[in-house]
Design a protein around this ligand. Structure first.
Ligand code: SF4
Length: 412
């Protein structure tokens, strides 16, 4: 099976050789691009210009390209484009057809299998857009889409209806209207810039946007959602960091799914952002044969902390059209969460969520730790399965004397 999944499925002793290996920081190296001068390789513009975008390039660089991948790539330009930065391409193990990095970015023909419950807009964003490019789903915050482009394209992208424009969505943000809406809605205290990837905007354009938002008195807090530090760490320049730090409080959520994505280059880029005083969180998507394994996910979460990034959300993969081959079950997600909570640092445990299909927002999903809530106690279990009681009257007041016996738990 996949190189990430050759671990013992259960248990996940933190001392296993596998976990130690997953947590090592390695450089992505130069791979097929060893002849490129350092100045080019380390220049994000060069990386963007030289992305892998065609079937011919894939055939040349990846001799193990499968018929499913080849067929998927032929159709990518009608659904979600193919693009992979040379830096990120080097993380693919060419000898492993099930490489977890490869599964995330190389199209497969299974993307054309569309179930009746799958959607092009699974989070119902378009239905909650009062202005093009602005999603106002929750009471006090908005999602501000700034571009439809990314450094590389993830095959499970929730926003693939618009990202890369392969499906013809023709997204054109209208910053003036988006900002005007925020200015006219004093309840909006939190703006999340996303896309596409906001860090693909040039420094000046991004700064203009941040400064205009910062000038709105009721906007307390700015956030950027980006996968650039993972796909293109060269973009995290000292100049960009110096600009961003002027707009605090500014948080950044990165998106990493597998510990092999956390290279020395990524660790250094995240360190530059952290040194600029930017609190960093991570969002992961639970993906079949990529990271649906407790050892892999625990390694990722622990490694993120070593990069000064707090794991934030673990998403159940949205019901995006053509993503069944990448989705894993909620049951599996809960099993994995059981193996994180209590088994490692609380900071390393993300909140597992389902973005309710159709636009219901994020719903937290937790293993059942409350066994029953009776008239005089709450019966709970810990991460080892041991049962405990917390005395409490029905109205929520603490009881004077401890409860001595454990009743059969009632299902809650
Ligand atoms: S980086 Fe984000 S927006 Fe871009 S393709 Fe990946 S998931 Fe979609």
């Amino acid at each position: 099976m996949a190189s990430n999944n050759s671990v013992a499925e259960e248990g996940g002793d933190p001392g296993t050789a596998q976990q130690v290996s997953l947590k090592e920081f390695r450089s992505a190296g130069r791979g097929f691009w060893s002849h490129i001068p350092d100045a080019d390789w380390n220049d994000y513009r060069w990386q963007l210009k030289n992305r892998v975008t065609t079937l011919e390039q894939l055939q040349r660089l990846l001799p193990t390209l499968t018929p499913e991948e080849e067929a998927g790539t032929r159709l990518a330009n009608t659904k979600l484009s193919l693009a992979i930065t040379p830096y990120f391409f080097n993380l693919i193990d060419p000898s492993d057809e099930n490489c977890p990095i490869r599964r995330q970015v190389i199209p497969r023909i299974e993307e054309t299998n569309i179930a009746s419950w799958e959607m092009s807009d699974p989070c119902g964003e378009d239905a909650h857009s009062p202005v093009r490019g602005l999603v106002h789903r929750y009471p006090d915050r908005v999602l501000f889409l700034v571009t439809d482009r990314c450094a590389s394209y993830c095959r499970y992208c929730t926003r693939s209806r618009l990202v890369s424009n392969a499906a013809g969505y023709d997204f054109h943000p209208e910053f003036d209207k988006q900002i005007e809406y925020i200015r006219n809605h004093p309840e909006i205290r939190d703006v999340l810039l996303s896309g596409g990837d906001p860090l693909l905007l040039g420094d000046d354009k991004l700064e203009s946007l941040l400064s205009r938002l910062r000038a709105i008195p009721h906007v307390e807090f700015l956030r950027i959602g980006t996968r650039i530090p993972i796909f293109l760490p060269q973009r995290i320049t000292p100049k960009l960091c110096a600009m961003l730090k002027q707009y605090h409080p500014l948080f950044i959520s990165v998106h990493s799914n597998h510990p092999r994505e956390l290279t020395t280059e990524v660790r250094d880029a995240l360190g530059r952002l952290a040194d600029a005083g930017i609190p960093l969180g991570n969002q992961s998507v639970l993906l079949k044969h990529v990271n649906d394994d407790p050892v892999v996910l625990r390694s990722l979460m622990q490694k993120l902390l070593m990069c000064r990034v707090r794991p934030y959300y673990l998403y159940q993969c949205d019901l995006i059209a053509g993503s069944a081959h990448l989705r894993t079950s909620v049951r599996r997600g809960l099993e994995i969460m059981e193996k994180l909570r209590g088994h490692t640092t609380g900071y390393a445990v993300p909140q597992y969520v389902i973005d309710a299909p159709g636009g219901g927002g994020k719903v937290p999903i937790n293993p059942g730790y409350v066994l029953s809530h009776n008239s005089d106690r709450v019966v709970i279990r810990n991460f080892e399965g041991k049962v405990f009681e917390y005395p409490e009257a029905a109205d929520g007041t603490p009881l004077a004397s401890p409860v001595n016996r454990i009743e059969e738990p009632e299902l809650v």
